[in-house]
Design a protein around this ligand. Structure first.
Ligand code: AMP
Ligand code: MG
Length: 401
């Protein structure tokens, strides 16, 4: 048996980042991983400009009660004239600052009439001017390789005029579900059968991380079907996930199938609940991770053990999302020989602080607990956890992104 942290590290190191790179259109980059460090090539803003609707003038030209003639009305996108002595230029947010002006007065502090303006409050030098390069200087680091690009990054890349961006290739994931009892949703079901939850779930989890579920295959519990499916997935995918059939039952044939494909089995049982049977094999340089069949276990194992590996292969910088310590509300102090991951909801307590409330039924077959839970609370093995004790909280919004 491996402890959880050890298993997490082993899995996260089961493969390196993909070698594939692509140059794609800016409009397509949200959800993709930046492949190289980028430097700014343009100063942002590219020129001094006004932060306000108002007037540009020289501080020295200001006198209480005096009126300055308006030399030009300069809109954003216009070219300002050099400011004549004793004049003001009407400006708007984003208008360039005229040569010779050293301050901007906002229109709320001005009274305009007959093409003249009276400034009603003494201006300070440099006020309301956004300086060239104050946001980003050309040559400065812009974004680091490994960033998961989102709308905020897109704005920054666009500000540099980039129409295309180098990104990592999309991780191709193959999914294999196993079990004679399973039928796909949308088909008739005999009383002894159940619907296949893990296939659609793993496909959704894969997409949620920005990877592609290339195939979602199903194999009955025979070595031939398992072998054929694994071969297809290994031929087409960077990472293969199988689910079910990896325990010690008579029909648990995943392990022998992996062995007959020449797979080197790197780990077998993880001291965690739910989710004990987890296996990692390397076949032809590709990692195969075998998850436990119970959907709750598969979900937890995917979130905490597989997602760091997916992020690593995607070339992402942060592969372990944050874990926060939060108080657990529990009526029954808990203790177990394995580390236990409870499905919990993060809630706001009356005093405004966050707390964790466990779902009533914690069985590894209880699928209804999954959409209810916002995350998993980690309880140490062999330590009694009492009401209000702070425990590590794995927020699924982060661990599944
Ligand atoms: P196994 O590890 O194959 O023994 O599966 C453990 C439990 O999970 C059994 O009750 C299976 O019926 C169930 N199970 C396995 N795969 C799936 C799946 N794809 N969808 C729903 N339940 C599953
Ligand atoms: Mg099975």
């Amino acid at each position: 048996m491996l402890d959880f942290d050890h298993a997490q590290t082993l899995l996260a190191n089961a493969a390196g980042p993909l070698q594939r790179r692509e140059e794609i259109e800016l409009n397509e980059v949200a959800g993709r991983v930046l492949a190289t460090d980028l430097q700014a090539t343009v100063d942002i803003p590219p020129a001094d400009n006004s932060a306000m609707d108002g007037y540009a003038l020289r501080v020295d030209d200001w006198r209480a009660g005096a009126r300055l003639p308006i030399q030009q009305r300069c809109y954003a996108g216009d070219v300002p004239e050099p400011l004549k002595p004793g004049h003001a230029i009407r400006l708007f947010t984003g208008s360039l600052i005229p040569d010779g002006a050293d301050t901007v007065v906002m229109q709320e502090d001005a009274v305009e009439a007959d093409n003249q303006v009276e400034i009603t409050r003494a201006p300070a030098p440099g006020q309301h001017i956004r300086r060239r390069g104050e946001d980003t200087m050309a040559g400065a680091p812009l974004l680091a390789a490994g960033a998961m690009l989102q709308a905020a990054h897109v704005a920054l890349l666009a500000s540099q005029g980039l129409a295309t961006v180098p990104v990592m290739g999309r991780l191709r994931v193959g999914i294999l579900t196993t079990g004679d009892e399973l039928v796909p949703p949308g088909t008739p079901r005999a009383p002894e059968q159940i619907y296949n939850s893990n296939g659609p779930m793993l496909a959704a989890l894969t997409r949620g991380l920005g990877a592609i579920p290339v195939h979602v295959l199903h194999a009955r519990d025979t070595e031939e079907e398992l072998l054929a499916a694994f071969k297809t997935l290994l031929a087409d995918c960077d990472l293969v996930l199988s689910v079910g059939g990896v325990s010690v039952g008579e029909r648990d044939l995943v392990k022998p199938a992996l062995a007959s494909l020449g797979g080197e089995l790197s780990l077998w049982k993880v001291r965690m609940k739910p989710g004990k049977p987890v296996a990692l094999a390397q076949i032809g340089g590709k990692p195969v991770v075998s998850l436990p069949g119970n959907p709750v276990s598969a979900y937890a194992v995917f979130a905490m053990l597989v997602s760091p590996l997916v992020r690593r292969m995607q070339g992402r910088e942060d592969i372990f999302p944050p874990v926060n310590l939060l108080p657990l509300r529990t009526e029954h102090p808990r203790q177990d020989g394995r580390e236990e991951f409870l499905r919990v909801q993060r809630r706001m307590a009356k005093d405004g602080t966050a707390e964790l409330v466990p779902y009533g039924q914690q069985g590894s077959g209880v699928i209804s607990s999954m959409p209810w839970a916002t995350g998993l609370a980690r309880l140490p093995a062999d330590v009694l956890v009492n009401d209000g004790d702070r425990v590590p909280y794995y927020d699924m919004r982060h661990w599944l992104a």
